[in-house]
Design a protein around this ligand. Sequence first.
Ligand code: SF4
Ligand code: SF4
Length: 125
Amino acid sequence: MIIESIVEVAKSALKEPTTLEFPEHREALTDNYRGIHKLDMRTCINCAACARICPNQTITMVQADVDTAFKAAGTKMFPEINLERCLFCELCEEVCPTECLVLTKITEYEKYDRRDLVKRPEELE
Ligand code: SF4
Ligand code: SF4
C-alpha cells in the first residue's frame, strides 16, 4: 500500500502541471469569451434599460458629470457596474438602444480589494 502511494506520488511529480503560474502564464481565450464592459458616455441616453434587464442586479444607475463637449452635457445617470456580480451574459449589450455599452475581450480585472470591482461610468470609457 505504501509502495503504491509512493509510485502514485512519483508519477504525479513527473506529470505536466494542470494549473498555470498566473500572471506569468495565461491561457489563450476563445473568440467568444466575454470580458469587461466598455461604455461610451457620449452616446448613452441614460435610459436604464441595461440596469433593468440585468439578471443579477449588477448595474446601478449613478450620477456622473459628462464633459461639456458631449452632446448630452450636464449631470446625468449612467450605468455603474459591479464586476463581482456580473455573469457576462451580454443581455445589457443586447438591450442597449444606442450600442454604447458593449462587452470587450478584456478579461484581466483582478483586484486585491473587491470594492475596486465596482466600476464607475467614467472608468468604463
Ligand atoms: S453582462 Fe449580464 S450580468 Fe453582467 S452587467 Fe450585463 S446583463 Fe448584468
Ligand atoms: S448604456 Fe445603453 S441601455 Fe444603459 S442607460 Fe445607456 S443607453 Fe441605456
